[in-house]
Design a protein around this ligand. Sequence first.
Ligand SMILES: Cc1cc2nc3c(=O)[nH]c(=O)nc-3n(C[C@H](O)[C@H](O)[C@H](O)COP(=O)(O)OP(=O)(O)OC[C@H]3O[C@@H](n4cnc5c(N)ncnc54)[C@H](O)[C@@H]3O)c2cc1C
Length: 474
Amino acid sequence: MESQQWVMTPMEHLPAEQRTASFAEVLLGYDASEVLAEADRCIQCLHPLCIQGCPNENPIPTFIGLVQEGRVLEAAVIDYENNALPSCTGRVCAWEKQCEGSCVLNARGEGVRIGAIERYIAEYALEHRQEFEALRTARRAAREAAPGRVAVVGAGPAGLTCADFLARRGVQVTVFEAQAQAGGLLRDGIPEFVLPTGTVEAEVRRLTDEGVRFRFETALGRDVSLEQLRNEYDAVFLGLGACTARGLGVPLEDSAGVWTAQAFLHQAKLALEPETGMAPPTIGERVLVVGAGNTAMDAARTALRLGATDVRIVYRRTQAESPSRSVEIEHALTEGVQFDYLVNPVAFVADARGHVRAAVLQRMRLGEPDASGRRRPEPVPGSEHESPCDAVILAVGYKVAAEMLRDLLVLNRDGTVRTVGEDGETGLGGVFAGGDAVRGPATVVEAVHDGRLAAEAIARHLLVHGAMSMAATA
Ligand SMILES: Cc1cc2nc3c(=O)[nH]c(=O)nc-3n(C[C@H](O)[C@H](O)[C@H](O)COP(=O)(O)OP(=O)(O)OC[C@H]3O[C@@H](n4cnc5c(N)ncnc54)[C@H](O)[C@@H]3O)c2cc1C
């Protein structure tokens, strides 16, 4: 093998000094010759570890093999057969821990940049929709139709995937979404510079073209009940996500200027769409972001783009325990975000108007591993100190809001929906669930996986159910 085959084909990205001046996407993706060069690095293993590394078990070597032959649309058809949102997963997956991290080339060099290849072929398919759909239809004819009507609750990656896979089987799908638009956290949470709204919209358009109907601003538990949906539809999929922000439970956390990352990122995203009339969040110059996951990185990088000059991430563990994707940490660092590890806010300080003016931080040290396998942070007594700030963004986790289902479904202690088996059955006839609503805050590709498996289980349910009602009326 030539030595250049051990290193990834570089990808263009916005220079660091230009990034914080706008919300433009940072990673620019491959062009036609770059994607070919990168695909050519794949050695088509007999026992591909990349598939095992992908939570959705995408047929990676098959679609890369087609790219090697210049058959990009066919590659996209293969990928979309397993993954409803490849233009999104190709941008937001933690490849280094999943497919790319499992690639055998890592043993001597760098794994194949699978995410970037996936992004390229998905974008190519979305740009050449007619030819792409014609190719897909030819393949799809062989699959058994599963007639019926299904209600999907939540238009995040889990719900969209479930809707897509059911629509492909001829099922009439209606998606009930509390917000005014589809996408879930792909649209309301992950910022434009990581995942452009136009990309999410292109995938949603594909679904509406397939016949999926959306009922926006319609919330389960407020505008419609699970009993109603069960009466009106043959099956229900719950993809409610984990959309309620957690707090720290420390004094003066409710001061003005203390944001949840959820509210902050959503408002910042809406402000980019002039028709919403939403103003960007006002945050001042010195911003403290609490937490170190993807949400914290996104919040910190958004704060820089909104004009903050001193943005600091405070985290009670160290970078080694950070759950963020490594590319997000790298981008945050190059854009000028500062990191204070092993500190934890124990209170906030407000001015006479009730606006936050400082965080009281306590130093931490790492003790023995906890249930998550990460070393438990322990406070250093007497180490409290004030850190002045104009705004605080809490990125300390999300929880599931499924209390309204408690009478009908079993909820776990953390509020997640309990399922039986791997394909999302809840134990309540015809009701399935997946994504963050079941896992707690997780990842896009896991939501896609759950939505796909649930759709397959629902299709089986519809076929049995349909056959039974035909037998009953015979
Ligand atoms: C800021 C941020 C950055 C992230 N970055 C990444 C990343 O880089 N990579 C990655 O893989 N993952 C990332 N994640 C996690 C990822 O976005 C989620 O795991 C994924 O979106 C979960 O999909 P879901 O469909 O289960 O839920 P969601 O995306 O949360 O969608 C749930 C949908 O259900 C709707 N809903 C909720 N309640 C109701 C109701 N009662 N009635 C009707 N509709 C309802 C919501 O409005 C929402 O549209 C990030 C998350 C955040 C917050």
